[in-house]
Design a protein around this ligand. Sequence first.
Ligand code: THU
Length: 133
Amino acid sequence: MTKKLNKLIEKATKAYKNAYAPYSKFNVGAAILDEHDSIHVGCNVENAAYPSGSCAEEQAIGNMIVNGGKIIKDIVVIGKSDMLITPCGACRQRIREFCDKDTLIHICDVDKGYLKSFNLKELLAYSFGPDNL
Ligand code: THU
C-alpha cells in the first residue's frame, strides 16, 4: 500500500469517528486526494428530518471545492460493515463530476482495513457528465 493511500485511510478514519449518525448508527468517513496533493475529508451528517442528511463523500467533495481542488485523484470511503461500503448512487454521480480517467475509489473498513479499489466506470457505467453538456 502506498504512503498516500495510508494517509488517506488515516484521515478518513478520523472523519468516520466524528460522523453524526444517531439515526442509522452507520458512521461513514471519506478522504479525497486532489490534483494538488491536498486531502479533504468528510463524514455523514444525519438529520432528524431524514432526507436532510448528507453523505461522507458529499461533504468531502464540498470541502475539496471550497479549498480550491477540482479533481478527485483518489477517494477513500470507510465504514464498519460485513459488506463493502460502496458510494450510494447519488455520490457516484457527485464523484463523476470531479473525476478524471485515473480516479480510484478505495473501499475500506475500520476493522479490516483496505478492501478493494474501483474506477468510476465500474461503479457508474455509461455515466452522464460535464462532457454531455
Ligand atoms: N452513507 C454515506 O455517508 N456514504 C455512503 O457511501 C453510503 C451511505 C451514509 C448515509 C447515511 O447517513 C448512512 O450512511 C446510512 O445510509
